[in-house]
Design a protein around this ligand. Structure first.
Ligand SMILES: [Zn+2]
Length: 83
């Protein structure tokens, strides 16, 4: 049983689909790994400014669990860009 309707792919609702962007300055970013990341804004660390990103488990719009801890761990393990 699946609630995916094709167009939404892994998005649970139109609001999330509209909000998520591959643009690094968007509030919600779809990472190459397929994870949805929440952009908490820019932070300067040791002279370099970078976006502070955090993973989210639940859709901020409808509350659907969009990625589990296992999904997140697996994806982060694969990309290893978080250090
Ligand atoms: Zn949603």
């Amino acid at each position: 049983m699946t609630e995916e309707d094709g167009d939404l792919a892994h998005f649970c609702c139109d609001e999330l689909e509209d909000a998520v962007s591959s643009d690094a300055e968007a509030s919600l970013i779809e990472h190459d790994s397929g994870l949805i990341l929440l952009n908490l804004g820019q932070r300067e660390v040791e002279g370099e400014t970078g976006a502070v990103l955090t993973t989210i488990r639940f859709c901020p719009f409808c509350g659907t669990e969009i990625q589990t801890d296992e999904d997140i761990e697996a994806a982060l393990g694969a990309v290893e860009t978080y250090d």
